[in-house]
Design a protein around this ligand. Sequence first.
Ligand code: TXA
Ligand code: MG
Length: 299
Amino acid sequence: MSIVDEAVEVLRAGGLVGMPTETVYGLAGDASNDAAVRRIFAVKGRPADHPLIVHLADVESITDWAASVPPAALVLVAACWPGPLTVLVPAADRVSRLVTGGRNTVGLRIPAHPVALELLERFGGGVAAPSANRFGHVSPTTAQHVLDDLGTDVDVVLDGGPCPVGVESTIVDCTTPVPQILRPGGIPNEHIAALLGGELHQPSGPSRAPGMLASHYAPRARVILAESTAEAAALLAEHTDACVVDGTADLPMYAQQLYALLRDADAAGASTVIAVMPPAAGLGHAIRDRLHKAAASHP
Ligand code: TXA
Ligand code: MG
């Protein structure tokens, strides 16, 4: 039996699978099985009102989960799936309110990772998967990160290598008259705006999906933000034992490595990380959002 066969069996039996995606690793369970969904919340230590994203194998299965598909969602999924985009749409009645955190909307996405797609296709149903970290911690971008965080609380971890995007999906709420970005992510805000012809509410403050608390994505080390490489050098003179994280020269690589760099700083016993913020454009929106939240945990 291959490891993917084993993972499909685990999902069918209501167990949990560490699933690689292009963004981060997910803690996957059968979205139609309330016991499996409850276990996801228990293992993560996540409050019940923070909804889960349902992962699908193909666009046709949207109608199994959505009561209706707003035109903006159709435009976005046609352009971006499989890929790092989650659309919020009105939830079909059959969708468990455990998955939606009691809401009438559901988040849907098709991930662009061959291992995730194989798992989803062979399983055949919707797979609920939050990032496979304990609540509030840094998201995992390797199979080892999942094991480090969750150990034996996850039944099987599929190793799909390091996640190529490295930050979570962009979440777009398509249930409001003007769609809005709730969380910047792997698809830049500018791209979403262009696809929607400018019909988009782009929040300027922190991301607003439930569970996107001010403090989140946090390593143990205290994170201090610098707006430039020069400012980081000045801060390093004050905090001589700090470790500097600066990927501003190459934003796709910065996004891809960000969570591993924060985990490495913890593993090295660093008490302070000085992180350089990229400009607020392209992938910079998501990186800035995650760094702001990482920094908010030790003000
Ligand atoms: O890239 C990703 O999106 C990863 C991979 C595994 O797919 N998943 C992920 O899931 O980041 P999670 O649970 O860590 O973050 C999902 C966010 C949460 O802040 C949640 O509150 C929000 O999406 N969300 C999900 N469904 C929602 C809904 N119906 N209404 C509002 N927010 C929702
Ligand atoms: Mg998460």
